[in-house]
Design a protein around this ligand. Structure first.
Ligand SMILES: *[C@@H]1O[C@H](CO)[C@@H](O)[C@H](O)[C@H]1NC(C)=O
Ligand SMILES: *[C@@H]1O[C@H](CO)[C@@H](O)[C@H](O)[C@H]1NC(C)=O
Length: 279
C-alpha cells in the first residue's frame, strides 16, 4: 500500500478485492440475478451474481420478533436483499481487480466529483460532492467521501502503476448516516449509525463495481469489557476503541456489546431506525 494514503481515515479497512472479469467489464449493464439457496453440496451461487444469505435472515428474524413500527418494517424489507458476491472458484478471480473500501466502517458513499483533488485547497467548498462530514479536505485529504476516495486511489495507483486500473466496491452495511460521530476515527458499534445503500451493482460510476454489505449489518464490531448476560463475564477480545464516546456500550444506560461478529440485537434495531437504503 503506498505510504501516501496511510493518514487517510477512509483507508481503514481497505482490502484487496478480487472480482470476476465478467462483472468487471459489464458493470454498467449487468443484470443482478439473485438466488436464495439452500446449500447441499451444490454450488449455491451457480447462475447468480448475488446471494440472499439464509444465516443473516435467521439473525434478522430473531430481531424482527421483538421490533415494532417502522423499525420492524425496515427489518422485514431488508430480509430478502442479497448481500454478497461470492468468488467460489479461482478462475473467477484471474487477477486482482481493485480494492474494497470502507470495510466494516462508517464513511459515507457521497457523490463523486469530476476529478480527485476537486475539493482540495478551499476549492468548490459548496459543491455537493465536496460535503465533508469528517472535515478531511482541510487536512489535504481528498477522501471526503468513499466515491472520491475511489477516485483518489484510482489516480494514485494508475500514476504509480500504469498497467493497473483498479475498480472498487464500497461496504455500505453501516454508513447510511453522515454526521453521528464525535470523531471519525471511531469505528466500534457507532451510536446513531444507520444501514447504508442496499447492495447493488448500479453505483452510478464505472469505477465502482458495487455497493455491498461486506460486514453484515447487526453483527457487532467488537465487545464491551463486560459481555451481555447476567454472568457479567469479561470479554477476552475487548478493544478499548469499543469504549469510545461514540460506541454503544460506553454509556451506563447502553446495553453491553457482544464479541465482534456476534448478533447485536440493539445495534441492528438502531441501524434499521436510521437506515438509508436508497442512499
Ligand atoms: C459558499 O456558500 C457560502 C454560504 O452560502 C457563501 O457565503 C460562500 O461565498 C460560498 N463560497 C463559494 C466559494 O461559492
Ligand atoms: C492524477 O491527477 C493529476 C492531478 O489532477 C493529473 O495531472 C494526472 O494526470 C492524474 N493521473 C492519472 C493517471 O489519471
Amino acid at each position: 500500500m503506498p505510504r501516501l494514503f496511510v493518514s487517510s481515515v477512509a483507508l481503514m479497512g481497505a482490502a484487496l478485492l478480487c472480482s470476476s472479469s465478467s462483472l468487471a467489464h459489464e458493470a454498467k449493464t449487468v443484470e443482478v440475478t439473485t438466488r436464495s439457496a439452500k446449500p447441499k453440496g451444490e454450488n449455491i451461487f451457480k447462475g447468480a451474481d448475488m446471494y440472499v444469505n439464509p444465516y443473516f435472515q435467521e439473525e434478522l428474524d430473531s430481531s424482527i420478533k421483538t421490533a415494532s413500527g417502522e423499525v420492524k418494517k425496515t427489518l422485514q424489507s431488508i430480509r430478502g436483499l442479497s448481500s454478497a458476491y461470492w468468488l467460489d472458484v479461482k478462475s473467477k478471480a484471474p487477477h486482482v481487480r481493485g480494492f474494497a473500501l470502507n470495510t466494516a466502517n462508517y464513511q459515507t458513499v457521497g457523490e463523486m466529483c469530476p476529478f480527485w483533488d476537486y475539493c482540495l485547497g478551499g476549492k468548490n467548498v459548496n459543491a455537493t460532492c465536496c460535503d465533508d462530514p469528517c472535515k478531511l479536505a482541510q487536512q489535504y485529504n481528498a477522501g471526503n467521501n468513499e466515491m472520491n476516495y475511489a477516485l483518489l486511489l484510482h489516480n494514485k495507483t494508475t500514476t504509480l502503476w500504469p498497467s493497473f486500473e483498479p475498480r472498487f466496491v464500497i461496504d455500505t452495511g453501516r454508513n447510511g448516516q453522515a454526521d453521528m460521530r464525535d470523531s471519525c476515527s471511531n469505528w466500534c458499534n457507532i451510536r446513531g449509525a444507520g444501514i447504508g445503500h442496499r447492495p447493488t451493482v448500479k453505483t452510478g460510476s464505472p469505477l465502482v463495481d458495487a455497493f455491498l454489505w461486506l460486514k453484515t449489518p447487526g453483527e457487532s464490531d467488537g465487545c464491551t469489557q463486560i459481555l451481555p448476560g447476567a454472568e457479567k463475564e469479561q470479554c477476552p477480545r475487548f478493544d478499548s476503541m469499543c469504549m469510545s464516546v461514540d460506541s454503544i456500550g460506553s454509556l451506563e444506560s447502553d446495553p453491553r456489546a457482544p464479541e465482534a461478529g456476534l448478533w447485536f440485537d440493539y445495534q441492528i434495531k438502531e441501524l434499521a431506525a436510521n437506515a438509508r437504503l436508497d442512499g
